[in-house]
Design a protein around this ligand. Structure first.
Ligand code: FE2
Length: 426
């Protein structure tokens, strides 16, 4: 046999059709017509074949907890944080693990095969860290799961957050997180950015901060993040998530700020579903919508991905694990309506997000890992318009999800299961 699997005749995101030859866990050939034999073939003619979807910003310790212990009545970010504070003491290792694994099954069914999740370290028990480290191991054969040590209640504002952040990193959490705009003062926020970047530099880790997730035009922690990235030589390893205050910033200031972000090689991760839902809640009209300046950053060569942030948790009562929903909302709010920009939105939720996460092994190219998605769409723009069924999902050369009517059949580690993404509030 020349190949273990050939995916025949699918349409590539950049156009044209090809056969994709897979041996073991690797893509070994992409050609208009492969003549070799294979143990198995999949007919993808008429369908889009893509690199897998990647989510660079998520909260897996909170997902699928909607309604526990109650629902966020105001719908604001701050009530969400307070509600999460009520839920935290009720968490158990098993509950966090099981909800996370249920979500990972949803993700696989949607072709979402890499996720960066923040994990709150402000509970001294660190049970969510332990639970998600266990989940990371369990899903490793089919999902690249990165964990961020996230001091949700503030590195300095919460009495044990600083030591717990270090403990979590010692336990094997991958990335340094933070929330400078939630510290007691702007000065404390600035100081937290410096300390967190220094911790990352010392340990050789990446940084991903919840940064300026506010409508305050004077929340400028992204400036410090760019400065520290430049000072400490962390270029390419740092991301600023949300950056919603940039929506409200003075235009002259932004004209100075964006080149500094570009120079520092800091990536931006807006989360359109959540930003559009949570921001601007103190406004009447005109009402700010809290989307950072996506097109302006892209124009300067700043790497911008789209993150999902939340599914059915204290902050967001909807969500589907479908990165095409995220791209669809992002495209609208950022007004990326040209054909090139629409196609770019698809690239953002696949290849760009993978680059932000440093996942060089993902991508639809010879030598890359054989993880890919077959969609019931003719091209990336149609995929965003329709957010269609994932006909087949392949992870490391193995079919892990196939669509059968309403349910998706999973085959993971000899654990056959049907996934149905309907969910009732508890
Ligand atoms: Fe977040």
């Amino acid at each position: 046999m020349d190949f273990d699997l050939i995916v025949r005749g699918g349409t590539l995101p950049e156009g044209g059709t090809a056969d994709i030859g897979i041996s073991g866990e690797t893509i070994v050939a992409i050609e208009p017509r492969l003549e070799g034999a294979a143990r198995a073939e999949i007919d993808a003619r008429g369908n889009l074949v893509s690199a897998p979807f990647v989510d660079p910003h998520f909260h897996m310790d909170a997902t699928l907890s909607y309604g526990i212990p109650r629902i966020n009545a105001s719908g604001t970010l701050l009530e969400g944080i307070a509600l999460w504070g009520e839920l935290k003491p009720l968490l158990t290792h098993e509950a966090v693990r099981d909800r996370a694994l249920a979500y990972c099954d949803w993700a696989v069914s949607m072709g979402l095969l890499a996720i960066r999740t923040h994990v709150d370290v402000c509970d001294d028990r660190l049970l969510a860290v332990e639970a998600l480290l266990e989940v990371k191991k369990i899903v490793a054969p089919y999902i690249d799961l990165q964990l961020v040590a996230f001091p949700q209640d503030g590195l300095y504002r919460s009495p044990t957050a600083r030591q717990n952040t270090i403990r979590a990193l010692d336990m094997g959490v991958d990335i340094v997180g933070g929330i400078p705009h939630f510290e007691r003062t702007m000065a404390d926020g600035t100081r937290s950015v410096t300390e967190l970047c220094e911790i990352a530099a010392k340990r050789g880790l990446m940084v991903d901060l919840h940064c300026d997730e506010t409508d305050d035009p004077l929340s400028r922690h992204i400036e410090q993040l760019a400065f520290e990235t430049h000072r400490l030589g962390l270029q390419g390893r740092v991301a600023g998530s949300h950056l919603t205050s940039m929506h409200s910033m003075d235009n002259y200031y932004v004209s100075k700020l964006l080149p500094l972000i570009a120079e520092a090689g800091v990536s931006a991760i807006p989360n359109p579903l959540i930003n559009i839902m949570l921001q601007g809640r103190h406004d009447t009209f005109p009402k700010r919508r809290g989307m950072t300046r996506v097109k302006e950053m892209l124009a300067l060569g700043i790497r911008v991905g789209w993150g999902q942030d939340c599914v059915l948790d204290p902050w967001y009562s909807l969500g589907t694990a479908d990165m095409l929903d995220v791209a669809f909302m992002g495209l609208h709010v950022a007004q990326m309506s040209s054909p090139a920009d629409m196609a770019r939105c698809f690239d953002m939720v696949t290849n760009v997000n993978a680059a932000i996460m440093g996942l060089d092994h993902l991508g639809l190219a010879v030598g890359k890992r054989a993880s890919l998605v077959i969609l019931d769409a003719g091209n990336p723009i149609e995929a965003i318009r329709l957010r269609p069924e994932r006909i087949c999902v392949i992870a490391r050369g193995k079919v892990v999800a196939e669509r059968t009517r309403q349910d998706t059949r999973l085959s993971i580690d000899g654990r056959p299961a049907l996934v149905n993404r309907r969910h009732q509030a508890q």
